[in-house]
Design a protein around this ligand. Structure first.
Ligand code: MLT
Length: 396
């Protein structure tokens, strides 16, 4: 008899965003005419920018012309896109070789796939509250997870401690869900810690484009020593509205080695075996993001989401609810009323004011007592959601 991967039995019954989607569907079935204000999953509401749309159309035309047609793409990414991404880092003072950039179909896929690089018995450190896929991907593979709680008092940005160690360390900055961002000094401490313990940091930079404060690092490779201890995983989902189009990238420096093995070369081996690359059309659309026109246009969309954040922050200020985030990240992390669990607040907001958010408990047990609102919603919906949050007594 075939034995399934029994580690699946160790997972929570359902993935956070699926559980929310199921609750929302059940609500809609019971009340099909009611409009819901969706501030739950961080899914974008604005369309792709013009520069990307034009590039996508042109690439479709290429595929219709025998002289410009593309079949299989290079597994690690098209040189034109790898070079454009390396130049994007270069403009911020981070020097990368284009072949240190791997094009992916998105950060969430990559965060799970990248675990192939590590021994089956390796452990993973997850600072919680955290994007739940970090834990679930490791649980599925039967790996030990070291849960490190992050507290409000330390701005949800814990320092490394020598009594906590793991082979792989997940850091997400700007953070999902808290919106906290590591300063240079704090991030340097993690880089030094990882080099000292020969751990590898998986740095999730999916929200880097939302950073407003000039002094904050966008990439871990801005820090001294990161090239020998870090992999950076990034995505165009939130930066450029690619949640439904799917495109991301991963940076693995040539110097990153463990036990004499090059993780960069291993990933080339992995990708050339397990994928046939990302579609030509999508990579052309992605390359347009890194043109000056594309950069200007994606920042116009980001400005709309930042305005949403201010609309929601004003409403929370009006009702005196504590929150953080929203400034350098597209999430607001607020405190549930005393004695109300985060799932109870979820139900209350859904049933009483038709606002969908994300319960903090879904990001780990230390997220209990908090609640996340996404700022990626439709701007008109966000205004109405804010009005309802400020008017009702949902925070009673
Ligand atoms: C979130 O809402 O946390 C993210 O949008 C989920 C994801 O990126 O998969």
């Amino acid at each position: 008899m075939t034995t399934p991967n029994t580690h699946y039995a160790d997972l929570k019954e359902s993935y956070l965003f699926r559980r929310i989607a199921q609750k929302v569907t059940a609500y809609e079935e019971g009340d099909p005419d009611t409009h819901l204000y969706r501030m739950g999953i961080g899914d974008v509401s604005l369309p792709l920018c013009d520069a990307v749309i034009r590039a996508l159309h042109d690439a479709v035309d290429d595929q219709a012309d025998a002289r410009r047609f593309h079949g299989y793409m290079p597994e690690c990414g098209a040189p034109f896109l790898r070079e454009a991404i390396a130049a994007y880092y270069g403009a911020r003072g981070v020097s990368l070789d284009a072949d240190e950039v791997f094009v992916s179909s998105g950060a969430s896929d990559e965060l799970g796939d990248i675990l192939d690089l590590f021994d089956a018995h390796s452990s993973a450190m997850v600072i919680e509250p955290a994007y739940p896929a970090y834990v679930d991907a490791n649980v599925m593979a039967g790996r030990a997870v070291v849960h490190v709680p992050a507290y409000e008092e330390e701005g949800f940005l814990p320092c490394p401690s020598d009594d906590l160690q793991a082979d792989v360390i997940y850091l997400c900055s700007p953070n999902n869900p808290t919106g906290a961002v590591f300063g240079r000094h704090q991030l340097q401490e993690w880089v030094d810690f990882a080099n000292r313990h020969e751990s590898v940091i998986l740095f999730d930079a999916a929200y880097e484009a939302f950073i407003e404060d000039d002094e904050l690092p966008h990439s871990i490779f801005e820090l001294e020593g990161a090239r020998t201890c870090a992999i950076e995983i990034c995505s165009l989902s939130k930066t450029a509205g690619f949640t439904g189009t799917r495109l991301g990238y991963t940076v693995i420096p040539a110097e990153l080695k463990r036990c004499g093995m090059s993780l960069h070369d291993m990933w080339v081996r992995n990708r050339t075996t397990k994928t046939n690359g990302v579609s030509y059309i999508i990579q052309r659309g992605g390359a347009a993001v890194f043109t000056s026109e594309g950069q200007r246009q994606i920042h116009e969309s980001i400005a709309v989401y930042k305005h949403n954040a201010h609309v929601l922050m004003d409403a929370l200020d009006e009702v005196g609810v504590w929150y953080c985030g929203g400034r350098n990240a597209p999430y607001l992390w607020l405190k549930c009323p005393e004695g109300t669990s985060s799932w109870a607040l979820f139900d209350r907001l859904l049933n009483e004011i038709q606002v969908v958010g994300t319960p903090g408990e879904g990001f780990g047990s230390c997220g209990e007592g908090y609640f996340r609102l996404s700022t990626f919603g439709d701007p008109q919906d966000t205004i109405e959601a804010a009005r309802r949050l400020a008017q009702g007594d949902v925070f009673r």
